[in-house]
Write a protein that binds this ligand. Structure first.
Ligand SMILES: [Zn+2]
Length: 355
């Protein structure tokens, strides 16, 4: 058990045996033995390992172990296995803390992730997805206005959202999975906020569309369509762009992006999918975007990133009601007890000593 935990932390940190050996000043051979449970590290060694791996020693003894099931991510950006292991290890570590926290909270922290019954069981065309997105928005009481914080919206609906700290591979956008039947969405930390929001909505698309698509439909394309339609419902696209257009001004798209948190490119696709731009006019605009390098990176200013807040909020909630003690709270938050003390007194973070 201890051995698996050490290995998981090492993989999450993206370190080879040798790299960890150097950082912790322990031989690679010894670490390898610990990982295979062939010998047991002393507490001094555990402290050295925890420092090198950026975890608290309690991590090595945590009992909750989770597995990700039904993992979905974009085929063309499938990570090399070694890289994928790092993402999974990071997500599992965050998930374990979540599940551990849930054990201390007497009431459920969100509603269960239930989908409205009126959703069709079979989807036969990409255009049908507009209606699906509208149905979800209506069931979730979101109206048709911009969604201010998408992560928050998803968390309240019972989806655990994680921003992976993993930074080894810039192409990692996100993935969806389930853990014990509960939905999980992971998003990469490197992207501007509009891109992260698109990924979050795309992954929500997987959770909703997966078993409903007609064989002729491509799930990735379907999830893209869902993401656009969920972020900006068709009625709002038409209200903002008009019925028929031949060109869209970049500045116009920038303003809409700032309002809705959908990228300028995303707006172009919305206009094409809803027949506002003909294929030909879309092609011209997309070609222009490509020439400007905006397919890779859209012009400044970038849309601000979102953060997760539910987990941290619940730790303080549990602390306030004595559902858990300070040392457990500090462990869950990944900080020292003295740092937690300072935070509880609302001291400015720059005065708070790092652990
Ligand atoms: Zn996908």
């Amino acid at each position: 058990m201890l051995g698996e935990r050490i290995q998981q932390a090492r993989k999450a940190a993206g370190l080879s045996l040798r790299a960890l050996a150097e950082q912790a000043n322990i031989s690679a051979m010894a670490i390898s033995k610990y990982e295979r449970n062939e010998s047991v590290p002393s507490s001094k060694v555990l402290i050295a390992l925890s420092k090198a791996l950026g975890v608290r020693t309690e991590y090595f003894f945590r009992q909750v172990v989770v597995e990700l099931e039904n993992v979905e991510h974009r085929e063309h950006e499938k990570l090399p296995e070694k890289e994928e292991t790092k993402v999974f290890a990071d997500v599992k570590e965050q998930l374990e803390r979540w599940i551990e926290l849930e054990e201390f909270i007497p009431n459920p922290w969100s509603m269960p992730f239930d989908l409205p019954e009126e959703l069709p069981t079979r989807i036969n065309s990409y255009d049908d997805i507009e209606q699906i997105a509208d149905t979800i928005r209506s069931a979730w009481h979101l109206g048709s206005n911009p969604i201010p914080v998408l992560i928050d919206t998803l968390e309240v609906k019972g989806i655990k959202v994680f921003i992976t700290q993993y930074d080894g591979h810039k192409h990692f956008n996100g993935l969806s999975a389930t853990v014990n039947g509960n939905p999980v969405i992971v998003v990469g930390k490197h992207w501007p906020g509009d891109r992260q929001r698109f990924t979050l909505a795309h992954e929500l698309g997987h959770l909703i569309l997966h078993d409903r698509l007609n064989d002729k439909l491509d799930e990735e394309l379907a999830c893209h369509r869902f993401a656009g339609a969920f972020l900006v419902p068709q009625e709002k696209v038409k209200a903002n762009l008009g019925g028929k257009r031949t060109w869209l001004e970049p500045r116009e798209l920038m303003i809409l992006k700032q309002e809705y948190g959908l990228s300028m490119g995303g707006w172009l696709y919305r206009a094409r999918d809803l027949g506002i731009l003909s294929k030909q006019h879309f092609g011209k605009l997309w070609g222009y975007f490509n020439k400007q390098g905006w397919k890779e990176k859209e012009p400044e200013p970038q849309f601000p990133q979102e953060t997760t807040r539910m987990f941290e909020q619940l730790v303080y909630h549990a602390l306030a009601e004595d559902f858990l003690g300070e040392s457990k709270a500090a462990e869950l938050l990944g900080m020292s007890v003295s740092t937690l003390h300072a935070y509880r007194k609302m001291e400015s973070p720059k005065n708070v000593a790092n652990q």
